[in-house]
Design a protein around this ligand. Structure first.
Ligand SMILES: [Mg+2]
Length: 421
């Protein structure tokens, strides 16, 4: 069988691990669009952490936030609920809700700023442990994993196995987890969601139909609001309704066929054991859109410094770069470029600035969003790099190597670029 693990209110559980007085409390972990990265004052503790754990994208974190002011912006309360404890959910607090709204529903709510480094570290450690007990594991997100038990655990042993696994995770990591199992990935994931919190649920192949029958269609993994509205328009309100609408769903083309297979547990989608990292990206949304271009480009320099550091640490050489700017009026400007250069920080700073200048088509409109990503990694082979630039790039590369080591040791702000000051 295929198993699916989902850590219960994961970020809140991690915080409770660090501070047990939070156990049993109405608690949320909330986030803001990281306003701290752009601080002009160099910070001592600001270290950049990269974990090459693959499945989830950028791991760029600062060591800690000051909890007392994190959610305040003057006299306004900012931020969005990332994770709510079950005690807070009882008051209607949920993920995606504004902190302001959450406090209205539950005035004695405890607010905790995010510590992504802690979450990633614990997730990574759990994954390492799971790899020792289940031969094929896939990290699906920071708090969800799939595992393939086929050829490893007999079907009738599944329930015992996941029960034991849940106990082991509780014992070793003190993290509550729910585990589902079925013959397909998406039915296993659905089984987990019906078992939460802290439950287990096995749905053998022959019981899938009875299990999914009355589940609302929008609770099926991957079916969003818009799509479930479309299905409801055709009278499909439950997964059971979908089962009896094969011809209709198949008529929606490739996507419809894939969807029908998932809904019926006949998709045969494999567990992908190693998802290697395909890109390194970084993006920031701003609570206050930035109008001043000098400030915008200062922020771009800060982001490129962090982004470049991650690329260096992971030891990859990208050849394709994408940049995008989001405007306050929700318009955006984006473009992708390919260049064969030996990666180094002066190069990428210069390149990014040049491209962002070209992209900024509406310099009078404030910017609310900045994003950059690097993909198409190649190995260091001088023959494929731009020969004209290669000598200089090699020198700059050595310099960047030295920078990377210094930042690892003394923090990200130890060397900043001239354009940031
Ligand atoms: Mg979870």
């Amino acid at each position: 069988m295929i198993i699916h693990l989902d850590l219960d209110c994961f970020f809140a559980s991690c915080e409770r691990l660090r501070n047990p007085s939070l156990l049993g409390k109405r608690l949320v972990v909330g986030g803001r669009g990281d306003p701290f990265i752009f601080d002009k004052k160099p910070a001592q503790a600001k270290k950049l952490i990269t974990l090459n754990s693959g499945a989830f994208v950028p791991s760029l974190f600062h060591a800690s936030h000051d909890a007392s002011h994190y959610f305040n912006d003057g006299d306004k309360i900012r931020g969005i609920v990332t994770t709510a404890s079950y005690e807070a959910r009882a008051f209607g607090v949920k993920t995606g809700m504004s902190i302001y709204e959450a406090l209205r529903l539950c005035p004695d709510l405890i607010l905790v700023p995010p510590n992504h480094l802690l979450y990633h570290t614990l997730s990574h450690e759990l994954m390492e442990y799971l790899a020792t007990v289940v031969p094929v594991m896939e990290q699906y997100s920071i708090d969800e994993m799939f595992g393939d038990l086929r050829g490893w655990i007999e079907e009738e042993e599944t329930e015992n196995f996941i029960k034991h696994l849940q106990e082991q995770i509780t014992k070793e990591f003190k993290l509550p987890v729910s585990i589902g199992a079925s013959s397909s990935k998406w039915i296993a994931k659905l089984a987990t969601s019906t078992a939460k919190p802290y439950g287990i649920r096995v749905v053998p192949k022959k019981e899938i139909e009875a299990f999914v029958k009355s589940i609302p269609i929008d609770e099926f993994p991957g079916i969003g609001k818009a799509f479930s509205a479309k299905m409801s328009h055709y009278g499909i309100k439950t997964v059971g309704d979908a089962w009896t609408s094969e011809t209709l769903i198949h008529s929606w083309g490739r996507h419809g066929k894939d969807l029908y297979a998932r809904l019926t547990g006949s998709d045969n989608e494999p567990i992908s054991a190693s998802r290697s990292r395909k890109g390194i990206g970084m993006s920031r949304s701003m609570d206050h859109p930035v109008k001043e271009r000098a400030e915008l480009f200062r922020r771009i320099s800060v982001m490129v410094r962090h982004w470049s550091h991650t690329i260096m640490k992971l030891g990859v050489n990208p050849t394709t770069y994408a940049f995008s700017l989001g405007y306050e009026n929700w318009g955006s400007s984006k473009k992708q470029y390919t260049t064969y250069r030996l990666f180094n920080e002066p190069f990428i700073q210069h390149f990014a600035h040049e491209k962002f200048k070209e992209l900024d088509l509406y310099p009078h409109i404030p910017i609310r969003y900045i994003a950059m990503s690097a993909t198409k990694f190649i190995h260091h082979d001088p023959k494929t790099f731009n020969i004209l630039e290669y000598d200089n790039d090699t020198k700059m590369r050595s310099l960047t190597d030295a920078l990377t080591q210094m930042r690892e040791k003394y923090g990200m702000d130890i060397v900043r670029g001239g354009s940031e000051l």
